[in-house]
Design a protein around this ligand. Structure first.
Ligand code: TYM
Length: 331
């Protein structure tokens, strides 16, 4: 890692299909930031077990997510990519930070409230303390910037609060990180219910598009996306379905909303959907091709993990040792 650059940390859970929400909200921004920063991109498999996972599938999904990181354009030579469960410092720091986090703070987390109301049967303690593990992920590496989608904003605020609280007691141990949330794409919405966010765990597959979906499926899902009973293509919160399609188009073409709107003047929703499907497919098709090649090369992926895990461990340990010393653990 170059000493002069600032540090980025981010991660994605290997828990199901990676959606275009994950891509436009997180992954694509990572590729744009990778030259300017020292980056750690983690496959956060420990976060994924707050929901029951099939072991063979979890292992496969973690490997596939690593392959996808590379397929979207993240350079494994430049960035540190690894599996969270290979670096035990994450769990160690999470325990310590648990003792600096209040029950009240965790109960206010929107994602916990949503997931626990949906999950009914298995509201485990991990689901509750999940944001503390996320804070540990970030704080271990003295992270400056965390590129995420809008739904992670509250977890980032908690991370900052935990870091500040710890620093107030023990001196400047942790860097207090800033979120990086893009203006467009940070909140890609469900295709059938455009007032809810697109989620990879959605039971209705028509609500989301996975980066690895068949191209015809992608075309049909866009075609069937809910709009409204009006006709005009306007970018406004009052028209969430149309707004979402325009966001997807803007992200796929790398053009700002103001730049794309004149092209839709006098056009109808059918034209909009065709344009969105074409642009999205043009963006996704090359990623899918690269993914299929990379995932076949097990030795290549194993080698990336082997090299990067040691670097991550080394960096994480620097912070963890300092933390343990400050809180008074025997040396
Ligand atoms: P996860 O795995 O749910 O999502 C991964 C990333 O995708 C973003 N995202 C979206 N962005 C735009 N529109 C959407 N519909 C959408 N859905 C998801 C998320 O904001 C996220 O950036 N807790 C995290 C993983 C995590 C993490 C971390 C992230 C664990 N430790 C440390 C950053 C730093 C999560 O569950 O993301």
């Amino acid at each position: 890692m170059g000493e002069d650059k600032k540090v980025i940390f981010s991660g994605i859970q290997p828990s199901g299909a990676i959606t275009i929400g994950n891509y436009f909200g997180a992954l694509k921004n990572w590729t744009k930031l990778q030259d300017e920063y020292n980056c750690l991109f983690c496959v956060v498999d420990m976060h994924a077990i707050t929901v029951r996972q099939n072991p063979a599938e979890l292992r496969q999904q973690a490997r596939d997510l690593l392959a996808l990181y590379i397929a979207v354009g993240l350079d494994p030579k430049k960035n540190i990519m690894y599996y969270q469960s290979h670096v035990p410092q994450h769990a160690e720091l999470a325990w310590i930070l648990n003792c600096f986090t209040y029950m009240g703070e965790l109960s206010r987390m929107t994602q916990f409230k949503e997931k626990s109301s949906k999950q009914g049967q298995n509201i485990n303690a991990g689901l509750f303390t999940y944001p503390v593990l996320m804070a540990a992920d970030i704080l271990l590496y003295q992270t400056d910037l965390v590129p995420v989608g809008h739904d992670q904003k509250q977890h980032l605020e908690l991370t900052r609060d935990i870091a500040t609280r710890f620093n107030q007691t023990y001196g400047d141990v942790f860097k207090v990180p800033d979120p990086f949330i893009a203006k467009v794409g940070a909140r890609i919405m469900s295709l059938q219910e455009p007032t809810s966010k697109m989620s990879k765990s959605d039971e209705n597959p028509n609500n989301f598009i996975s980066l690895l979906d068949d191209l015809n499926v992608i075309k049909n899902r866009i075609k069937r996306a809910v709009t409204d009973s009006e006709k005009e293509i306007i970018y406004t919160a009052d028209k969430p379905g149309v707004k979402n399609l325009l966001d997807i188009y803007s992200c796929s073409t790398n053009k700002a909303i103001a730049e794309i709107m004149p092209g839709f003047e006098g056009k109808g929703y059918g034209d909009l959907k065709k344009a969105v499907a074409d642009a999205l497919i043009a963006e996704i098709e090359p990623i899918q091709k690269r993914f299929q090649d990379i995932r076949k090369d097990k030795a290549y992926l194993d080698d990336i993990i082997k090299t990067n895990t040691d670097t991550a461990k080394y960096l994480a340990d620097k912070t963890l040792r300092k933390v343990k010393k400050k809180i008074g653990f025997p040396q």
